[in-house]
Design a protein around this ligand. Sequence first.
Ligand code: NAD
Length: 283
Amino acid sequence: MAKLLMGKEVSARIKAELKTEVDKLKEKGIVPGLAVIIVGEDPASQVYVRNKERACEECGIYSEKYALPEETTQEELLELINTLNNKTSISGILVQLPVPKHIDEKTIINAIAPNKDVDAFHPVNVGKIMVGNYDFMPCTPAGVMELIKESGVEVSGKECVVVGRSNIVGKPQAMLLLHQNGTVTICHSRTKNLAEKTKNADILVAAVGIPNFIKGDMIKEGAVVIDVGINRLENKKLCGDVEFETAEKVAGAITPVPGGVGPMTVAMLMKNTVKAAIINKSK
Ligand code: NAD
């Protein structure tokens, strides 16, 4: 039976450590502050934003939430970002994605000051991740790295397979694994003989967005399997990209969905916000 990598527990530990750090920073007059902007009514985004606000409270981080109506113009959003870029009580800015279709996501990401870009989506921060000299780690891939650490398996020299090549998960995930000296293969929608590749993985990260896509017979015996996917089924239940029932029989360690990568993403966001407060204070 595979070891369960409980993101919920690991993230609680990380948040408790951060709370201690934040208390110490406050004694020095440094108060980390996160601004979260949400445009529109997307139900999943609402849940994510609520979780982020709650995590701020748990860590003692000051937070401001800007819930803007669906019809907000790009100019209005840019104006708010500009105000927050210059607001000293705000160390980190996060725009919950996706934004409505009439707003250009890239323009918005580019408008956030890189030293406040706690999601690490700005091209400056993406470039820094590429060269391995970064202030902010991208939250979801960073959370995945923590869970791999929790499995007790060293990344160095291992066959690592990432399924998915998005800018927010797959690509930065591959980079973080590479920085830890993994031998990394990125698979995507055009990959041929996918199972052949995944079956070769000592560490398998699934970030596809298709429910139960990776089956047990696609996994190497004893592999560490990290399921980034969050998919809502017709019966309203959440499920990952990995078929848990068949995968856990083969894997050495595996994350559940929910309670695996999801809470880690939020904990890593808190970590980045604290880091941003330190960086911006010392400037
Ligand atoms: P995306 O849609 O941007 O990317 C999906 C990737 O999967 C693409 O790169 C595509 O090439 C690949 N893909 C699609 N079909 C494939 C196939 N048949 N074979 C191999 N690869 C295929 O999605 P994303 O933003 O990277 O998110 C992926 C999943 O992770 C989603 O379920 C999302 O909800 C979830 N997610 C979770 C968290 C979290 O905090 N746990 C954070 C971000 C995303």
